[in-house]
Design a protein around this ligand. Structure first.
Ligand code: ZN
Length: 330
């Protein structure tokens, strides 16, 4: 995903938690600093952050078939749908899918990320980092966090986390959770590569739909006050035909790492529905599934609208779920 979409997802997740009303302290922490989302939710994709989390394999978990004996890397369709939970729109979509047959689901799939890099690892690392930052919070942060934090008085004021620093890290975390919803981040086929005709085009399509109000370089974004960002984010629901249920469920896995891995497995299945392996074989380096082919014609356009709705709805919900899980620890 690109800057506008990442910014919208983060801002919309704050709005979702605001509507739900279960973690008012978290909303009060994030909402005044929501404009930082244009930096925090986007920073992990900047080339000058490459020494840190911006290394490409931190953003993906690209799976491919492996030997049938590697049963550890197999998950039944039923099991995955249970772990995805009914609240995610992708669950119902996969449930009614007829493109991926029993043999597809019976096959183990595994990713081979570069050493030290892994989408779920980054989400987990930032989750723990945010907990620590909240523990070291200044008076404002401590007053917002619902449980006891005991480091005020034991650390010098410059060592304590300010609200805007904590917010920045929440937004950075949102980036990796959102990336797990992008199907082409989870598919090792060459056709899923950024420049292969589908990946960049889907992300550009979303950024176009999100529009200039969420473009950090555009005057519309620059003029927007913090308290106007969440209403503007909500206004985009209709464009994507998204209706949020209003509740933010607990993580099924009670673990951001496992939750992101499950999301990635589901996203890989979605990629395999968009570009069915019966037609675009795994391991075929030359197969391409261009955007205009996958989403061509009336049926393709309807599929695109449905996929937009599912991916963006679930990305927002997943971010809100992971954030809320952090807050609920206190
Ligand atoms: Zn990314």
């Amino acid at each position: 995903m690109k800057q506008r979409a990442h910014t919208w997802i983060a801002a919309r997740a704050v709005g979702l938690l605001e509507t739900e009303g279960q973690v008012p302290g978290l909303v009060d922490l994030l909402a005044p600093h929501v404009k930082e989302a244009a930096i925090g939710a986007w920073l992990p994709d900047l080339s000058d952050a490459r020494l840190g989390s911006a290394k490409v394999d931190n953003h993906v978990l690209k799976m491919k078939p492996v030997a049938p004996a590697l049963t550890h890397f197999r998950i039944t369709k039923q099991d995955l749908l249970v772990r995805l939970t009914p609240e995610r729109m992708l669950t119902a979509f996969l449930d009614r899918d007829t493109i991926l047959d029993a043999a597809w689901w019976d096959q183990p799939y595994k990713a081979y990320p570069a050493p030290g890099q892994h989408l779920a690892n980054r989400a987990m690392a930032l989750t723990v980092t945010v907990v620590d930052l909240l523990l070291f919070g200044d008076r404002e942060v401590t007053d917002l966090v619902p449980g006891p934090t005991t480091f005020e008085g034991r650390l010098a004021p410059p060592q304590l986390t300010r609200a805007e620093q904590a917010a920045m890290h929440f937004f950075m975390l949102s980036h990796f959770v959102a990336d797990a919803s992008m199907p082409l981040h989870c598919d090792a086929r060459k056709l899923a590569a950024y420049g292969a005709g589908l990946h960049m085009e889907m992300e550009s399509h979303w950024d176009k739909q999100v529009g200039t109000p969420f473009d950090k370089g555009h005057a519309k974004w620059q003029k927007m006050k913090a308290n106007q960002v969440i209403p503007a984010a909500r206004n985009l629901d209709a464009r994507f035909g998204i209706t949020f249920a209003g509740s933010v469920p607990e993580l099924y896995a009670a673990d951001a790492w496992a939750e992101v891995v499950h999301q990635c497995r589901a996203s890989f299945a979605l990629a395999s529905i968009l570009a069915p392996p019966a037609q675009f074989h795994y391991g075929d380096e030359t197969a391409r599934a261009p955007f205009d082919t996958v989403f061509g014609g009336a049926a393709g356009q309807a599929l695109l609208a449905e996929v937009d709705r599912i991916i963006l709805h679930d990305a927002v919900l997943n971010v809100a779920m992971v954030w809320k899980d952090i807050w609920k620890r206190f």
